[in-house]
Design a protein around this ligand. Structure first.
Ligand code: BES
Ligand code: ZN
Ligand code: ZN
Length: 492
């Protein structure tokens, strides 16, 4: 379920409003009485008094509610911040608080009004509201009972451009679709079903799509994907999606590769229970990010040539499962000694990275819930990245990461780490040692790349065990907004 956006010329006197304001705003022009503005002034003073102490009540969220006789008015005053991207994030977070207030007032629609003249800030507020309004109610007996009331947000034509509003609607919708895919449980979302979902989205958006079945994957000698799939009762898939709009002929594509492990038990190197396996349905979050960002890019008709690759399987300890000690020949011919079957993500990504070579890509970005080490290193707040792409590309990615607040932290891929994945009998092995686990995983992948490449490890931020403002508990849809922002920046 996603929240709609409409651009309107003007609003009715009984439409409920969410006003984006600053401490300097004169709210009388939006139909507030002296008494009401006085009340807000009082609350603001309480809120922003010395050292930012939040007073009693729920004022710490910077949303002030005025109940008028025929409408509700929510005044949102985000905290000021020293940097632009921090302020925009503050607006999204205020959107989270605003939407909770709107839903507790049981409203179906609200109109956003901007008293700051800052269009980006208004769009960020709307984004936070829409992302916070997401729910996954498919398996509830009575979804209506639990559903939020808010259905749509209206923006004023004079305050936002139609294009910006459209892009916002598309990217939020795509992020919520990615959340749906990740939240779906693994008995339903098999590798075949994930490919089917990709196919449906691609068809709708005009993206060329092809799904390779097991026979084709065998013919292509994707040894890594086939090895991981050996413990499964179900076949693997490999999905190729291509968005090639007019005007991009002769240009090298950007290739996105997403880890599509629809469930990771660890295989024979079984994950220890309890708990460590509980949310391993989220191990296809990278795949969801690739599919859904590509969907948004195509719906927005962005003039950039993008190819998406999604290798997919579950990872299980079946009777024919690959075992520690196996040597596997990969798509590019390299041999891998498997010493831990739980390091399966790199096995399937490696084949996809090798497959990407034929497109002569300008850049390949892979995204994966690859290592617990990355999550331990930076927690849920960021994305670990590394790679061989040039400084300009890395800087631009970091910038886009800050803007959408899916922040990137670079880890080194120094040559010396290669020592850690040397094998006695094969070319490389699939695990390093106790240290630098996120890096040795990246190092492994590097062996399958032959073009500018960046690896994104989203293990920390893909699936949360508690709400973090609009990044709600469970699937976050991480990566969709980042890729959309980056690909949009490549069109300028
Ligand atoms: N899917 C996991 C990584 C993961 C862990 C994602 C926690 C999200 C939360 C991955 O396949 C894995 O099991 N990695 C191993 C690698 C190890 C065996 C070298 C890990 O991180 O423990
Ligand atoms: Zn694993
Ligand atoms: Zn995994």
């Amino acid at each position: 379920m996603t929240t709609g956006i409409a651009c309107i010329s003007s609003y009715e006197s009984n439409d409920s409003l969410v006003i984006l304001a600053s401490q300097k705003s004169n709210l009388k022009k939006h139909g507030l009485t002296d008494k009401e503005t006085g009340y807000i002034r009082e609350q603001i003073e309480l809120r922003f008094r010395k050292n930012g102490d939040a007073p009693e009540g729920k004022l710490d969220d910077n949303v002030f509610l005025i109940n008028q006789y025929n409408r509700e008015v929510f005044v949102v005053i985000p905290n000021r911040k020293s940097e632009r991207h921090l302020f925009l994030e503050e607006c999204r977070r205020s959107g989270h608080h605003a939407v909770r207030a709107v839903n507790s007032e049981k409203l179906k629609n609200v109109t956003l009004v901007n008293d700051t003249g800052d269009e980006e800030a208004l769009l960020a507020l709307a984004e936070g509201m829409m992302l916070s309004n997401y729910q996954f109610l498919k398996y509830k007996k009575d979804p209506q009972k639990e559903a939020h009331t808010l259905r749509g947000i209206s923006l004023l034509k004079k305050e936002v451009s139609q294009k910006n509003a459209d892009h916002l609607a598309l990217v939020v919708n795509a992020t919520c679709t990615a959340r749906d895919l990740v939240n779906e449980h693994p008995a339903v979302l098999t590798a075949v079903q994930l490919a089917e979902e990709a196919r449906k989205l691609c068809k709708e958006a005009g993206i060329r799509v092809e799904v390779f079945n097991k026979a084709k994957i065998e013919a292509l000698k994707m040894g890594g994907l086939l090895a991981v799939n050996r413990g499964s009762q179900l076949p693997p898939t490999f999905t190729v999606m291509e968005w090639k709009p007019p005007g991009t002929a002769g240009k090298k594509p950007i290739v996105l590769v997403g880890k599509g492990v629809v469930y990771d038990t660890g295989g024979l190197s079984l994950k220890p229970t309890p708990n460590s396996m509980d949310y391993m349905k989220s191990d296809m979050s990278g795949a969801a990010a690739v599919i859904c960002s590509l969907y948004a890019v195509a719906k927005a008709k962005l003039p950039v040539h993008v190819i998406g690759l999604v290798p997919s399987t579950d990872n299980r300890p079946g009777e024919n499962a690959y075992v520690p000690g196996d040597v596997v020949q990969m798509h590019n011919g390299l041999t891998v000694e498997v010493l831990n079957t739980d390091a399966e993500g790199r096995m399937i990504l490696a084949d996809a990275l090798s497959y990407a070579k034929q497109f002569g890509p300008e850049l390949v970005l892979d995204i994966a819930t690859l290592t617990g080490a990355a999550a331990r290193a930076i927690g849920t707040q960021g994305i670990v990245f590394m790679g061989t792409a040039g400084e300009k590309i890395k800087k631009d990615l970091v910038k886009c990461g800050n803007r959408v607040y899916e922040r990137l932290v670079e880890f080194p891929i120094w040559e010396e780490y290669d020592e850690m994945i040397k094998s006695d009998i094969a070319d490389i092995r699939n695990i390093g040692g106790a240290m630098a686990g996120a890096i040795t995983a990246g190092k492994f992948l590097q062996h399958f790349t032959s073009y500018p490449w960046v690896h994104l490890d989203i293990a920390g931020g893909a699936f949360l065990d508690r709400n973090d403002h609009y990044r709600l508990k469970n699937a976050t849809g991480i990566g969709v907004r980042l890729f959309f922002e980056y690909l949009k920046s490549r069109c300028k």
